[in-house]
Design a protein around this ligand. Structure first.
Ligand code: ATP
Ligand code: MG
Length: 339
């Protein structure tokens, strides 16, 4: 695996403070390596967007980071502690080193400005040395990169299809050649064919421009196809992380297995779609022990009372999983399977 570009350790996020606080993220450990596409999957409410907002310091109240460490590693080896950057340092960091395409971003283009003016505004703000013709040339280049004809520069957002608007957002995110691009469910409003097209393009661009991607979605079948590694979240924790093909062939966490059986795979052998019984827990009523145990067909006794920590069932770095099925259960708890 290549060197890390972003390391998250022990990250905790709450919404609210004091007695009203609910834990949205718990003990998140995650590493993004240079040049890789890391997929983040999990049902609605599992904390995917909260994680994206927390690492980019865009979390707004009542969200608070209550612990942990997030570091960005420059190519020269210098590590930046993202949780202590000043507002000015953060402004320089965002877009230049890390950019984020938000959930629902295709609707966040300004309807009264042309694509040209929105793309060149980013350049104007961050590259004051660029002159107008250079900015226009770069805007054309960016549009071509994402597969849109340059004559659409003069278009207004409403004159573009949803897929095109999404690509414009991606072009904007790439404008300053950041090292990391985080895409938070950028494609849910698009049809499946368009989603795959955009993702395929992104992976190609990643090879061309050598950036790393965190791609967030609830549709794990897209991630199997396009990402190098996948981290799966449930109830604010990462429950499994492994190479995409390892997750596909041999998911170890019953929740990963459930997710894989919730979406039709586009390639490979057919799987029966069984889904996951029940629904995700609410933050204010998180089950004790493993948050997934009430929905889990394989729950053991300790699952209801003790939180399993991420461990390495195979030794080495290739896979981590937080599940009592795959680690030594606490001594006093007998591993009697439930019906
Ligand atoms: N501003 C907020 N105040 C209180 N709770 C919040 C706030 N924003 C999010 N939450 C809660 O935090 C949890 C995680 O939300 P988050 O948006 O990170 O989930 P997600 O995995 O991105 O879901 P989705 O797939 O629906 O986008 C949810 O239970 C949500 O209700
Ligand atoms: Mg979200």
């Amino acid at each position: 695996m290549s060197e890390p570009v972003l390391t998250i350790s022990g990250l905790n996020v709450d919404y609210g403070t004091g007695d009203a606080a609910v834990h949205a993220l718990r003990d998140i450990d995650l590493t993004l390596h240079r040049g890789e596409v890391l997929g983040l999957a999990g049902e609605s409410g599992s904390g995917k967007s909260t994680l994206a907002y927390a690492v980019t310091r865009l979390l707004s109240p009542p969200g608070v980071i209550t612990g942990g460490d997030v570091r960005y590693h420059r190519r020269d080896g210098e590590a930046l502690d993202l949780l202590t950057l000043s507002p000015a340092e953060l402004r320089a960091f965002r877009w230049q080193e890390l950019s984020i395409v938000f959930q629902g971003a295709m609707n966040s283009l300004n309807p009264v400005h042309t694509v040209h003016s929105q793309l060149t505004d980013v350049l104007k703000a961050h590259r004051p040395e660029m002159r107008r013709p250079e900015r226009t040339a770069r805007a054309e280049e960016l549009l071509s990169l994402v597969g849109i004809s340059t004559d659409r520069l003069s278009a207004y957002p409403h004159q573009l299809s949803g897929g095109m608007r999404q690509r414009v957002m991606i072009a904007m995110a790439l404008a300053l050649e950041p090292e990391i691009v985080i895409m938070d469910e950028p494609t849910t409003a698009l049809d499946v064919v368009m989603q795959r097209q955009i993702l395929r393009q992104l992976v190609k661009l990643r090879e061309q421009l050598d950036f790393s991607v965190v791609f967030i979605t609830h549709d794990i079948s897209l991630l199997i196809e396009f990402s190098d590694r996948i981290a799966i979240m449930y109830g604010g924790r990462i429950v499994e992380e492994a190479g995409a093909s390892d997750i596909y062939r041999d998911p170890r966490h019953p929740y990963s297995d459930g997710l894989l059986h919730s979406f039709p795979a586009l390639h490979g052998p057919r799987r029966e779609l069984t889904g996951i019984p029940g629904s995700p827990p609410h933050l204010s009523a998180m089950p004790a022990g493993c948050a997934f145990h009430p929905r889990c067909g394989k729950a053991l006794d300790p699952c209801a009372t003790q939180v399993p920590v991420l461990s390495r069932p195979d030794g080495g770095d290739s896979r981590t999983v937080a599940c009592w099925l795959h680690q030594e259960a606490p001594a006093q708890a007998a591993a009697t399977s439930r019906p």
